[in-house]
Design a protein around this ligand. Structure first.
Ligand SMILES: Cc1cc2nc3c(=O)[nH]c(=O)nc-3n(C[C@H](O)[C@H](O)[C@H](O)COP(=O)(O)OP(=O)(O)OC[C@H]3O[C@@H](n4cnc5c(N)ncnc54)[C@H](O)[C@@H]3O)c2cc1C
Length: 298
């Protein structure tokens, strides 16, 4: 078992032991991270990854934890949060952002600078690293539309630059980034009218507010969109809105969301996911695929 005291020594208050997933995921549920690290520079992040490799400690990188469900049994080893690597810079018709920067900040800044193409992704509550990793998107736009390149750490800890054309990606996935840690992403844009782009952003934010259960903890859409349909439509048609397991509930406002309606465990949420999947399969024949990522033992 690795001696994690070296991490405490290096990261001080930015190294926590036994931190509950409620404090670093948007579901506000799940067990504890054995060690939670919050590096403040890319060098510290690289150092942490190298330490984990050298000490055979299990590890993973998270941004805002807005697309994950952490098991009640917790996360063994080291969980690295990128939130302190949050620099964003507009450079002419491009924008560069560190992995931990807020995605919504990227959408807001680019729109305000007259850089078109990501304004409709406003309100996605993740980080830049998470958005690139998931190819997050909404209202017909997605991260890879404007992605130019990614600076990442490979499995050996070397810094590599990947161009978009070399990163395999598709709907809500970027398999070309498997095993890589995103440090920085560069986006390139078409020119647009800032007033129009900011108006589009406002419309999208208003639509999210109107349609999504933003007053409850969740991790957004639970399932991917099945071919030619919407998961939320199928779940609603199956009569599952408001279905509960413990503190987990299929949102009565948006059937595609499972919310933590109060005191939900990860087991409640997972059991509800399985129930929804089972009923939708039985009633419609459609096998829903998870968009959210299960972390730990389920
Ligand atoms: C209310 C709500 C609304 C949402 N709406 C949308 C939406 O409209 N469209 C959409 O696509 N998603 C949506 N989501 C889901 C989520 O916000 C996105 O998937 C987001 O991109 C995840 O970013 P994150 O930083 O939270 O990633 P996390 O949940 O922290 O991590 C997700 C995955 O990315 C990996 N990862 C994170 N950072 C890095 C990094 N630096 N390098 C390598 N891998 C990394 C993690 O290991 C994990 O596998 C919504 C979520 C909520 C709660």
């Amino acid at each position: 078992m690795p001696d994690y005291s070296a991490l405490k020594h290096k990261f001080g208050p930015h190294c926590l032991f036994g931190e509950p997933a409620a404090n670093f995921t948007t579901y506000r549920a799940g067990g504890a991270a054995e060690v939670l690290l919050k590096p403040g520079t890319p060098e510290e992040l690289a150092w942490a990854c190298a330490w984990c490799r050298a000490n055979a400690a299990p590890w993973r990188v998270l941004g805002r934890g807005s697309n994950v469900l952490v098991s009640d049994r917790g996360l063994p080893g080291v969980t690295i949060l990128t939130g302190r690597l949050a620099a964003v810079e507009v450079k002419g018709s491009a924008l560069e952002a560190q992995a931990g920067a807020s995605w919504d900040e990227v959408a807001r800044l680019s729109a305000g600078a007259g850089l078109a193409g990501l304004e409709k992704t406003s309100g996605i509550p993740g980080s830049v690293g998470g958005a690139v990793r998931m190819n997050a998107g909404a209202f017909g736009q997605e991260t890879f539309d404007r992605l130019a390149s990614v600076l990442a750490l490979d499995g050996e800890g070397r810094e590599i630059t990947l161009l978009k054309k070399d990163i395999g990606h598709g709907y809500r996935r970027a398999a070309g980034l498997d095993g890589l840690t995103v440090l920085l992403a560069r986006f390139e844009f078409q020119p647009g009218d800032p007033a129009v782009l900011l108006q589009d952003r406002s419309c999208v934010l208003a639509s999210r507010e109107a349609k999504q259960p933003l007053d409850y903890p969740s991790a957004g859409s639970v399932f991917k969109r099945p071919q030619g349909d919407y998961a939320s439509r199928l779940i609603d048609a199956a009569g599952l809105k408001g279905l509960r397991v413990g503190g987990a509930e299929v949102s009565p406002k948006h059937a595609g969301f499972i919310v933590n309606a109060g005191g939900a465990t990860a087991a409640d949420i997972y059991a509800l996911i399985c129930r929804v999947r089972g009923v939708v399969k039985e009633k419609t024949g459609v096998e829903l695929q998870l968009e959210q990522i299960l972390l730990g033992d389920f």
